[in-house]
Design a protein around this ligand. Structure first.
Ligand SMILES: Nc1ncnc2c1ncn2[C@@H]1O[C@H](COP(=O)(O)OP(=O)(O)OP(=O)(O)O)[C@@H](O)[C@H]1O
Ligand SMILES: [Mg+2]
Length: 449
């Protein structure tokens, strides 16, 4: 398909409209002129007919030959005059070669004779009928000739307007190429907004939108840079720890100590591996929507996912002596990516198990809050201080209390939760648990349309 073009579109429209206008003008001129000519020539017919009616045409052939006897066919007006008796016999005709016969209709009439249409004026004087006729085509030709004289000036005008349009468009579209050039200079390293001062009004909305996009892109790039820097920084500590553990292992001679060091090394490797997996997951969860199948969505029943997650964590809950249960207060379904919702709940349950501590209780409740599908994960652990609540969603943030516990972690769990929630338009909020103790994490999904 041909690329649409503003220039071509405008040219076609404007020149098309002008040509149509010119045509209408020429036709109007033709119709008006024809009307005028009719009026004038009808009057001429009448006058000629009355003049002839005054004459005695009975013996009416010219006395002698006229020097330049012009046939009516040679004259511009092609008038024919005929006089007959009432019975139709010819008294006089200006066109003896042409056998023209018209009906005797007094006054103006339009008649057909010899395959042509004629304007006829008839004067009936007792026994004598005088008729003056003129072919209709004569008047049409006259009108067409006069109207066509308009055509050339009009064509010239259209051509001139076309040329002016080409120039104006070239000038008018100039800022578009300037903007394109400016945009071509942008890249990952320089995402500065485009200059808007010299941009014409019509382009301003587009340039503003582009600028918004550039600002968002710059922020996204900045976030990526931070993410990579943070990730590298966070990976350095466990890898350094691994290195120390390997050195320790090398020095260990005692088999029992060696076994212990090996186990610690394995645990360190498992932690590092988990961190890498979390990082990967987070980078994917924040990636572009179009990135593929991990974002495929379908109706997901929150109760089902909650039961699945709880079943998966139940052995760990038992090992930690935490009472873990799932409950479906209202059957709530959301349009979501099931694997991601599973990951979100899994992270919340893991936190609750970790921080509730032995003897604690954790409830996962699928429900509806004010008509919106929601999940609540409630534990009766130490909870999170109000001052900390905004920060725990930051990547790599762990509260000092958490760092002080024996629980290992990298501070990515809630960042992943937040990223997944945002992808689904859901809102995550932190509340105190029952009786002001513990923590309740609420994930509220958008109301179904
Ligand atoms: N249920 C909870 N009770 C008390 N504090 C919590 C709870 N959940 C999260 N936190 C606090 O929020 C912080 C961030 O949690 P997040 O899940 O992001 O990281 P993490 O659990 O420390 O590490 P990771 O999940 O990456 O292994 C935790 O370090 C902890 O201080
Ligand atoms: Mg966690």
């Amino acid at each position: 398909m041909r690329q649409p073009s503003i220039r071509r579109h405008l040219m076609v429209r404007v020149l098309g409209a002008l040509s149509a206008g010119a045509l209408i003008l020429v036709f109007a001129a033709y119709a008006l002129t024809l009307g005028e000519i009719d009026e004038v020539l009808d009057d001429g017919l009448r006058q000629t007919a009355l003049l002839l009616a005054d004459r005695d045409l009975a013996g009416a052939l010219p006395a002698g030959p006229v020097e330049h006897r012009a046939s009516s066919a040679d004259t511009e007006s092609k008038l024919v005059a005929i006089a007959r008796r009432r019975d139709g016999s010819l008294l006089f005709t200006s066109e003896p070669e042409m056998d023209l016969r018209f009906e005797f209709v007094a006054g103006r009439s339009l008649q057909t004779a010899r395959d042509a249409r004629w304007h006829v004026f008839t004067v009936i004087q007792g026994e004598r009928v005088v008729q003056v006729a003129q072919p209709v085509s004569v008047r049409r030709e006259l009108a067409a000739e006069s109207a066509s004289q308009l055509l050339f000036p009009l064509l010239g005008l259209i051509g001139m307007i076309g040329a002016m349009l080409v120039l104006a468009l070239r000038r008018g579209l100039q800022p578009l190429s300037a903007t394109t050039d400016a945009l071509a200079q942008r890249n990952a390293a320089s995402l500065a907004p485009l200059e808007v001062d010299s941009v014409p009004k019509e382009l301003l909305p587009m340039v503003r939108t582009l600028n918004d996009l550039l600002v968002r892109l710059a922020a996204a790039f900045e976030a990526q840079r931070h993410f990579v820097a943070d990730a590298a920084h966070e990976l350095r500590s466990p890898v350094t720890a691994l290195q120390l553990q390997v050195q320790l292992l090398e020095r260990c001679r005692d088999p029992a100590q060696r076994l212990l060091a090996t186990q610690e090394l394995a645990a360190g490797i498992a932690r590092t591996r988990r961190l890498i997996e979390q990082l990967l997951y987070l980078s994917r969860a924040t990636a572009d929507e179009s990135a593929g199948e991990i974002f495929a969505r379908a109706p997901v029943r929150l109760g089902d996912v909650a039961r699945g997650v709880v079943a998966r964590w139940s052995a760990e809950a038992e090992r930690r002596d935490v009472d873990l249960g799932a409950e479906e207060q209202r059957a709530a379904a959301v349009e979501a990516n099931e694997a991601q919702i599973d990951m979100l709940l899994s992270n919340l349950v893991e936190n609750a198990l970790h921080y509730a501590g032995p003897g604690g209780a954790v409830d996962v409740i699928a429900t509806e809050l004010a008509g919106a599908p929601a999940v609540r994960v409630i534990d009766n652990g130490p909870g999170i201080e109000a001052t900390e609540r905004a920060r725990v969603f930051d990547r790599f943030y762990r509260s000092p209390e958490a760092v002080a516990t024996a629980e290992s972690g990298s501070g990515l769990g809630l960042a992943i939760v937040k990223a997944i929630a945002e992808k689904h338009g859901a809102v995550v909020s932190l509340h105190s648990g029952a009786g002001g103790r513990g923590l309740e994490v609420r994930v509220v999904f958008p109301k179904p349309a």
